[in-house]
Design a protein around this ligand. Structure first.
Ligand SMILES: Nc1nc2c(ncn2[C@@H]2O[C@H](COP(=O)(O)OP(=O)(O)OP(=O)(O)O)[C@@H](O)[C@H]2O)c(=O)[nH]1
Ligand SMILES: [Mg+2]
Length: 283
């Protein structure tokens, strides 16, 4: 059975673990017909069971610490039973990618995973503003000269916009020690419920909110074959505060799998396996 290793990438709180929890639920619960079915899981399922339990109860899954990163191998077959493959990926901590950007280093394992057959699932979230800030947003009076810079905040790596960090990460994959080749890249815009309306598609959101990343991707078709998905893995904001108590109550009344929304172009479903299936297709 071919083993395909997909790499999950995304800054902290970009929705990686919530996606994995919802995906695991879909495969196990049988509430909806999914394009992919689970044959078996290699390794310890306790991590997946823990995150799926929180997901089912509409609770925020725990942040993934670097020490807790988990390798997961799922043996899957497609609905028609035509193809079987092992899908392995690692739930990485967003902190690891932040560190990678700041220190300009990554682990040999990460390079190995990115070089193996398989694609990249790149996560970002619709629930925080992404437009890169300009110097004017810093409130600095440029006309007044350096004397007015006293209140300016000192630069740290956290000041760099998320899209610049992501471009840096992808740009790195275009040179050694990474193999120079075409990679499939499925972009997952999580918390899609925040952005979704009749006018916006995942592609148009990416173009408007992450123009630098968008430009990089469309001008590098030799390196990245792209599809963009809007994903609401929880179905709404489940953070525990009084403002969204009604949202949580309404979500809890639904069949869990039906909370999930996956949009590609104008096509909407609850089938989270779509991006994974596309990455797993040959060619
Ligand atoms: N509105 C909304 N928020 C969501 C949804 N799914 C996840 N979130 C929120 O997105 C945030 C990030 O969730 P995680 O899945 O923990 O993100 P992560 O990328 O694994 O984060 P790290 O482990 O820190 O790298 C949390 O605040 C979730 O509540 C959704 O469908 N809708
Ligand atoms: Mg996580």
């Amino acid at each position: 059975m071919p083993e395909i290793y997909h790499t999950i990438i995304g800054m902290p709180s970009s929705g990686k673990t919530t996606f994995l929890a919802a995906f695991w639920h879909l495969l196990n619960a049988g509430e909806l017909k999914s394009t992919l079915e689970l044959e078996t899981l290699k390794g310890d399922s306790s991590y997946l069971d823990r995150i799926v339990e929180m997901w089912r109860r509409c609770k925020r899954v725990l942040r993934t610490s670097i020490a807790e990163e988990n390798d997961i191998v799922m043996y899957l077959k497609d609905q028609a039973g035509q193809r079987s493959f092992a899908l392995s990926f690692r739930d990485l901590s967003g902190e690891a990618f932040k560190n990678q950007f700041a220190t300009r280093t990554c682990t040999p394992e990460f390079v190995e995973h990115v070089n193996s057959d398989g694609g990249i699932l790149l996560f970002m979230t619709a629930d925080r503003p992404h437009q890169a800030v300009s110097i004017l947003d810093a409130g600095v009076d440029l006309v007044g000269g350096p004397d007015n810079f006293a209140d300016a905040t000192e630069w740290t790596h956290d000041c760099v916009s998320e899209q610049a960090k992501l471009v840096d990460l992808l740009r790195g994959m275009q040179q050694q020690p990474y193999d120079i080749k075409l990679r499939k890249l499925a972009i997952v815009i999580s918390a899609w419920d925040v952005a979704a309306n009749d006018e916006v598609t995942p592609d148009s959101w990416l173009r408007a909110e992450m123009p630098f990343l968008w430009q990089f991707l469309v001008t590098n078709p030799q390196s990245f074959s792209l599809k963009v998905y809007g994903v609401s893995a929880q179905g709404g904001d489940v953070s525990e505060n009084a403002d969204n108590a009604e949202v949580r109550t309404a979500l809890l009344k639904k069949i869990p799998s039906e909370r999930i929304v996956v949009q590609h172009g104008g096509d909407v479903s609850s089938d989270l396996s779509r991006p994974v299936l596309w990455l797993s297709e040959q060619g």
